[in-house]
Design a protein around this ligand. Structure first.
Ligand SMILES: Nc1ncnc2c1ncn2[C@@H]1O[C@H](COP(=O)(O)OP(=O)(O)OP(=O)(O)O)[C@@H](O)[C@H]1O
Ligand SMILES: [Mg+2]
Length: 336
């Protein structure tokens, strides 16, 4: 009885599919900072007119080059940056940010802050005891911690110390999952994450994003910044915001981003990771279709007669050569 009450007050039950229409919407969001110098004050635009929306059940990725404003936008959407220099509207289900909403938000920061000498289980149990409401008994809180451990696949390392600079502990991916666990323990409706996959290999990163998608699937809204996702990981996102120097370059379905840029005349000349291509665009590398130098040699040797007039090999040929290069690389390595 109690559990039902608490979980429904924090969000939807974990077992049901999305039916709610709650929506996080932001319109024309602008953020400026005033940089004070020795003699003068300078106003600097950090974000310019960012508009978008995200629904429960969706994972929204904020992508862009370093310094483009991803963390700033995430902080604004998470209600962590309430200043007079912010303009535009940010609403949750047509309501502005409120104290009640704050209790329904989980925020995983880029830098993990965990006690190095506690084990994974102890960390999550303390989080449950401290953050879950008083109406739950101690046993119910401890059960919630155990549930989160299984939900995040941390059962194998639950008795390992977190570790830090001087104490060896869990791996980077496990550590990141503990940080996510610290936030999902309160069953938030909205989960914000700042670069949850940075420093992880692509398989662990994929598993982390899969976890986020599972969280979204039961009716939560997940907003995450991401640096350079692999192509498999990129396709896991429902929506995408691409930022460049604080301006919005794209907002919409992640799966339609490449088609959109093709429709306005920007398409990759070689087969490449869509995220990498979008970051190139956001960095202003519109014309850089260069091929790695190893490939250039091959292209010139093997396909001199198929070169196009502008000195660049046709895309189909480059693709073929890349594939050749990859397989010869792996077969050589395998023979060693
Ligand atoms: N309070 C502030 N004062 C001055 N400059 C700021 C402030 N907050 C953000 N900036 C600047 O705004 C820009 C965007 O910062 P932000 O941290 O949002 O970038 P980011 O896209 O998250 O970058 P990264 O990928 O490196 O984490 C940066 O150039 C940063 O220096
Ligand atoms: Mg950042």
């Amino acid at each position: 009885m109690f559990i039902c009450y608490v979980f429904s007050s924090f969000g939807q039950m974990r077992t049901c599919k999305v039916t709610s229409t709650k929506e996080r919407r932001f319109t024309d969001v602008t953020y400026k900072v005033i940089i004070k110098g020795m003699t003068s004050c300078e106003e600097r635009d950090i974000l310019n007119g960012i508009t978008g929306a995200v629904n429960p059940g969706e994972v929204l990725a904020l992508m862009g080059p370093s310094g483009s404003g991803k963390t700033t936008l995430l902080n604004l959407l998470g209600g962590r940056l309430i200043q007079s220099t912010v303009s535009g509207s940010i609403t949750y289900n047509d309501q502005p940010y409120s104290k009640f909403l704050k209790s329904r938000i989980g925020f995983v920061t880029q830098d993990d802050v965990l006690f190095p000498h506690l084990t994974v289980k102890e960390t999550l149990t303390y989080a449950a005891r401290l953050r879950l409401p008083k109406v739950l008994t101690r046993q119910q809180k401890e059960k919630r911690a155990v549930d989160v451990i299984y939900e995040l696949g941390l059962e194998r390392c639950q008795d390992t110390m977190i570790g830090g600079s001087f104490v060896r502990g869990v791996s980077g991916g496990e550590r990141k999952r503990v940080c996510i666990g610290n936030e999902i323990i309160i069953n938030p409706s909205l989960l914000f994450l700042d670069e949850p996959t940075s420093g992880l290999d692509s398989t662990t990163a994929l598993r982390t994003i899969q976890t986020l998608q599972d969280i979204a699937e039961v009716g939560k809204t997940v907003i995450t910044t991401i640096h350079q996702p692999s192509s498999r990981l990129f396709h896991k996102f429902d929506k995408l915001i691409l930022l460049g120097k604080g301006s919005l370059l794209y907002f919409g379905k992640a799966s339609e981003a490449i088609d959109y840029f093709s429709s306005i005349g920007c398409s990759p000349l070689i087969a490449m990771n869509p995220a990498e291509f979008l970051l190139d665009l956001a960095n202003g590398n519109l014309t850089d279709t260069s091929v790695p130098s190893e490939l250039e040699d091959k292209v010139q040797m093997e396909n001199s007669e198929t070169e196009t007039g502008n000195g660049k090999p046709p895309p189909a040929v480059v693709h073929e050569v890349m594939f050749d290069f990859d397989s010869s690389f792996y077969s050589t390595r395998g023979a060693l």
